[in-house]
Every structure is written in structure tokens, then in C-alpha cells.
Design a protein around this ligand. Sequence first.
Ligand code: ATP
Length: 229
Amino acid sequence: MTRTALEARELTAGYGGTPAVHGLDLTVHAGEVLALLGANGAGKTTTLLALSGELPPLAGSVAVLGDGRRRRLHQRARQGLGFLTEERCVFMQLTGWQNLKIGRGRPERALDYFPELEPHLGKKVGLLSGGQQQMLALGRILAARPRVLLADELSLGLAPLVVDRLLAAIRQAADAGVAVVLVEQHVRQALAVADHVHVLRRGRVVLSGPAAELRDDAERIAATYLSEN
Ligand code: ATP
């Protein structure tokens, strides 16, 4: 039996009372990855902000682990929600270990996902590569053993091999029971690790389905939905 970890119903969210996302429905079970695809400005980040509690919905509801009350991000974090935001959240003047200790989890658990980080953890993070910094940011969140993970464009500007490592860690977390919403621009790689896909256009879901059925359509999806808004 799969458990619903994250659910949005008729979710409308935006800025200054103007919706950027309209009437969105989504369900993510424990152990599943939902890929949220779409062009710049389609509403992906707004969706994650509303799911996380960072942005109060204009209408509709969000339930995390069965709790559908209005909650702020810090409350959701205590309930087991991890949010990897678009800004790679690491402290450049601190070492890798110090960064991991700031998280809610046991620092060494990050190495279950990214063992290659170990030789670098004594260095200041500002000296690490962009890919290593992102592994550290994701590893810190995963070390806290979240039950729901929201990841916003974690591969932005990173080399393909690093993207593969990050997405493999996302899959590994899901296989351990985490419910994941993955916002991605890389359609093919996202479809490779996702279970389900929602494609957003102008704040609405315009295509939805099992990732396995859409994998052969990656190029068409990218050309149709990601090249313009
Ligand atoms: P991107 O890949 O560029 O991050 P996205 O799909 O995540 O795109 P959003 O960032 O959710 O899209 O933006 C959706 C819409 O909301 C866009 O029209 C954008 O201009 C608008 N928007 C985003 N952030 C704000 C804000 N802080 N204030 C006002 N409008 C915003």
C-alpha cells in the first residue's frame, strides 16, 4: 500500500493577489518522484513555494503527511519537509562539515548519498566546485531524513555527470521512502528518475502521466512545452 505524503487540491498561488498557478491538483506517495516540468515562468517555483508553506495559497489546500492545515515553512520542516531552493544554500566561509552540522540530521548521513564529498569536507565551501556545493546542499537536507522533499532546479548550470549524481541521489531517497517533487529543465534526465510527470504551462497542468509512458517523448515535450511560455 502506498501512503499519500503530499497532496494539493485546487491549489492557486501567486503574488500580490495575482495567481501564477491556477487550480493545481497533485498527489505524491511515499517512495515516488513527481517531476514538475515547464518553461521559465510556467509556475514551477511558485508551486514549490506554496507546497512548502513559504507562500500562503490564494485558494485551495496543501496537505503534508495528512496535515491539511495552513502551515508555514518552519512548521512543515518540523513535520519532515525538506526544501532545496533554487539558491544553492551553502555557507561559503564555513567548511563542508560545518555546513552539514547546520542541518537537522547527522552530518555523516550525507555521505550515504555522496561518498565522494568526504575528502573535501574539511575545506571551505567557497573552494568547492558548483557541483560539490549542490551535493552538499542536497546531502544536508537528505541527512535530516525528510519524508517529503521539494527540489527546485537542482541541476541548474551543472555538468551532466554531476546532474546524474544529484538525480541518482533523489532516486535513492525516494527508494528509501521519501516523497519527492522535482522541478527540472532537463526533461530526459527528469523522466529517467521520475515516476509521474506534470507539465505546467502558464500556471496550469497541461500534460500529466506516468514517466515510463512519456520517456520516449522527451524531445517532443521539451520542444512543445519548455521552449516558450
Ligand atoms: P523559472 O524556471 O524561471 O524559475 P518557474 O516555472 O519556476 O520559472 P515561477 O518562478 O513560478 O516560474 O513564476 C511564475 C510566474 O510568477 C511568472 O510570471 C513570474 O514572473 C511570476 N513571479 C515569480 N516570482 C514573483 C514575485 N516574487 N513577484 C511577482 N511575480 C512573480
